[in-house]
Write a protein that binds this ligand. Structure first.
Ligand SMILES: Nc1ncnc2c1ncn2[C@@H]1O[C@H](COP(=O)(O)OP(=O)(O)OP(=O)(O)O)[C@@H](O)[C@H]1O
Ligand SMILES: [Mg+2]
Length: 243
């Protein structure tokens, strides 16, 4: 399998805090990679470094074998990396259709094509009945779906999701998990930041665990689950189970 993403020794400090400290990992095309770690571990910073929202102090990022270091976020997006944000950013006073069309238009297609693409993606995330509703009318779970539709409208090859199941009630989680699997079946490689261990163990082919800016392990779920450093750092000494 080819490496769609190669992260090489990325470091970023904010003042005295090493938010990312020499992080390396690779994603093969078609994989789902789960990213875990306690609050402040550096997960969102890693996303910001890969997608150009923050400049690393040192290190490199390659997408499909080519360096994307120091490119602007919009250029990185147009190369095929989509993302959602931990703090949702929909335009609340615009409809779902308008919100997703904005994502689609960023790819340089015309208005009619953008409308078709947006409708296709809104349908894909099961919100077609609400296409003319304002974003502010949606529940948190529905807003997460809207975020996914907006990101997918840019036709990414790699989709990076920051806590898709965060802040939604338990009964909403399985639907979002199914959606992630459905996106992956389309051939989209996925990096997903998750606090829900059951979800992460269920969907990930590999898991990257961070703690205090450092990579503590990058391995298959069953190995990560048994890793003592992960148990200490993330699970507070309580062994995680998937049941
Ligand atoms: N723009 C910034 N300026 C200053 N400090 C920052 C900035 N962004 C992140 N940090 C700090 O870097 C560290 C890592 O933050 P980050 O948001 O990447 O963690 P996280 O793993 O995403 O945490 P959470 O699970 O709470 O979302 C934290 O100590 C945070 O306070
Ligand atoms: Mg975060």
């Amino acid at each position: 399998m080819t490496n769609i993403l190669e992260v090489e020794n990325l470091s970023k400090s904010f003042g005295g805090i090493k938010a990312n400290n020499n992080i390396s990992f690779k994603a093969s095309s078609g994989e789902i990679i789960g990213i875990i770690g306690p609050n402040g571990a550096g997960k969102s910073t890693l996303f910001d470094l890969i997608t150009g929202y923050t400049k690393p102090d040192t290190g490199g990022v390659k997408f499909n074998g080519k360096s994307i270091l120091n490119l602007r976020p919009d250029l990185i997006s147009s190369l095929g990396i989509g993302r959602t944000f931990q703090k949702l950013k929909p335009f609340l006073d615009q409809t779902l259709l308008e919100n997703v069309m904005i994502g689609a238009l960023a790819t340089g297609i015309n208005l009619n094509q953008a409308r078709d693409k947006a409708l296709e993606m809104i349908d894909f995330v099961d919100l077609i009945d609400k296409r003319h509703h304002f974003a502010k009318e949606l529940s948190t779970g529905q807003r997460k779906r809207l975020e996914l539709a907006r990101a997918m409208a840019t036709e990414p090859k790699l989709l990076m999701m920051d806590e898709v199941t965060g802040g939604v009630d338990q009964k909403t989680v399985p639907g979002l998990v199914e959606l992630i699997k459905k996106l992956n079946k389309l051939g989209v490689t996925i990096l997903t930041i998750e606090h829900n261990m059951r979800v992460i163990m269920d969907i990930s082919h590999k898991i990257l665990a961070l703690d205090q800016g450092k990579k503590i392990v990058f391995d298959k779920p069953k190995n990560v689950q048994l890793n003592e450093k992960v148990i200490d750092a993330y699970l507070g000494g309580v062994n995680a189970t998937t049941s």
